[in-house]
Design a protein around this ligand. Structure first.
Ligand code: PLP
Length: 478
């Protein structure tokens, strides 16, 4: 092919390839349609159900272009209105958050500008912005300035980064694996066991630390387990404590656990994915000792109410983190000399990645921190309010929660598990507010997790009405 032919061919292709680069009018129209869609969606949140069970229609790729209006309609019907409405104030199951609007704008700007945030060299501003978010987190959790961290996709990947650093710091490999011991509580998030398998530590010994009746790790029992293991010739290597368990909202006694970890020189990992940001509230004292953890994870997509897709990890031993994640290749040579720790790619498995810095930085800078704290305080009160209401209705409730997750069950005369399960099914069928269930101390329980920033007293009232309505149905069928 000579260049004359090539140029002709390129001119032909440009007609179609150019369709990807919209002109100003098309962009304005698209933004207007998306904006209108967002307004409609958000203004309908209080009226629509928290949960919908329906089958999904045809979402297959058609290969030919279709109008945005039609595609947005499809999105609304098949995605937004199907399953748990996680943006809704009425999502009170699992761990909600909501998704503050400023982050949506940030993601839009990020997608338009598309900075390469993995390497400081490629986008010093993006890397610095992300590092400033990490610096802010270090201040909030009283981590030292020379600790490191990055923004990840969420708690699970943050855990992966943290436990990999623990593994490499303690050189847990080869025959050492089967002699190494990890200490967990029964209430630990399942991502921890999953991560252990992913990072090649499936065969470590796992000890479950006994808990008190508030579902907290008992430090003395932990210490006993460790001493016994040491006597038996095993190598205690990792303790995981939770600052806000998923099931019960419990904060483990972090400071006592830190003492034990320090005495025995064991890596102390704190999981604050759900509860971490409550350190900003009147519950601050519960978090004493979190600053002594070797690694900490927190999820801005939970406790800062940001849209899904942003977790954070802080780790004190940067050499351990670099050992796991720093890697280089010939095609990276232009970025060689930039300070290692300024580039998120050296601190996580990701290279090319979503620039998550702006979706955290923008809402914090725009609103200031106060509204976030008020939201968290509000959730703490709402869960108390909910429990009072349920007790009035004759429900049993779990222990007074540390944070904003609690559980309850109805004391049916016979087969309580079966009938509470029926009650859960009725609640899901009703769907006006979404709750989820769990099994705690061998009992089927229904959980309420109040963390969505839009959840207010009215939502909790609606939940109570729904529960009352569903209980009647179950009682009538007895
Ligand atoms: C949600 C959660 C995780 C996992 O985080 P993801 O962001 O869902 O990956 C880990 N630990 C706790 C306590 C959690 O609540």
């Amino acid at each position: 092919m000579n260049n004359k032919v090539i140029i002709k061919e390129l001119e032909k292709l440009a007609v179609s390839s150019g369709l990807l680069d919209l002109d100003a009018t098309e962009r304005t129209d698209m933004i207007a349609q998306a904006g209108e869609y967002a307004h409609q969606f958000i203004s309908g949140l209080n009226k629509t159900a928290g949960f919908n069970q329906k089958s999904v229609g045809d979402l297959s790729i058609k290969n030919n272009g279709q109008p945005l209006s039609q595609l947005l309609r499809l999105y609304q019907e098949e995605v937004a209105e199907n399953g748990i409405n996680a943006a809704s104030p009425k999502h009170l199951g699992y761990i909600p958050g909501g998704g503050v609007f400023a982050s949506a704008i940030a993601d839009f700007i990020v997608a338009v500008t598309n900075p390469f945030s993995g390497a400081y060299y490629a986008s010093p501003g993006a890397a610095t912005m992300e590092n400033e978010v990490i610096n802010w987190l270090k201040k909030v959790f009283l981590f030292p300035d020379d600790s490191v961290g990055c923004l990840s996709s969420g708690g699970s990947v943050s855990t992966l980064i943290a436990l990999t650093a623990a593994r490499d710091r303690h050189k847990i490999k080869n025959e050492k694996i089967i002699n190494s011991v990890v200490y967990l509580s029964e209430q630990v998030h399942h991502s921890v066991q999953k991560v252990l398998r992913i990072i090649g530590l499936e065969d470590v010994i796992i000890r479950y630390i006994p808990m008190d009746n508030q579902h907290r790790i008992i430090p003395e029992k932990l210490n006993k387990l460790i001493e016994k293991d040491k006597e038996a010739g095993f190598v205690p290597f990792l303790i995981v404590a939770t600052a806000g368990t998923t099931d019960t909202g419990t904060v483990d006694p972090l400071n006592d656990i830190a003492d034990i970890a320090e005495t025995h020189k064991i890596w102390f990992h704190a999981d604050g994915a759900y509860g971490g940001f409550f350190i900003l509230t009147s519950k601050k004292d519960l978090f004493k000792g979190i600053e002594r953890a070797d690694s900490l994870i927190i999820d801005p997509h939970k406790g800062l109410f940001l849209p899904y897709g942003v977790g954070a990890v802080l780790i004190k031993d940067h050499d351990a983190v670099l050992h796991s994640h720093y890697y280089t290749a010939n095609y990276m040579q232009d970025g060689y000399n930039d300070e290692l720790l300024k580039s998120p790619a050296n601190l996580s498995p990701e290279l090319t990645r979503h620039f998550r810095g702006l979706r955290v930085w923008l809402p914090l800078q725009l609103h200031g921190i106060k509204p976030f704290i008020s939201c968290l305080e509000e959730k703490l009160l709402l869960v108390k309010y909910f429990r009072n209401k349920l007790m009035e209705l004759g429900f049993c409730t779990g222990p007074e929660p540390d944070l904003s997750v609690s559980y309850f069950w109805y004391p049916f005369q016979a087969n309580p598990d079966k009938h509470n399960q029926e009650l859960m099914d009725e609640i899901h069928k009703d769907g006006s507010v979404f709750l989820s269930s769990s099994n705690i101390d061998g009992r089927f329980v229904i959980r309420i997790a109040i963390l969505a920033f839009r959840t207010k007293k009215e939502t909790v009232d609606e939940a109570v009405e729904m529960i009352e309505r569903c209980l009647k149905i179950v009682l009538l069928a007895l």
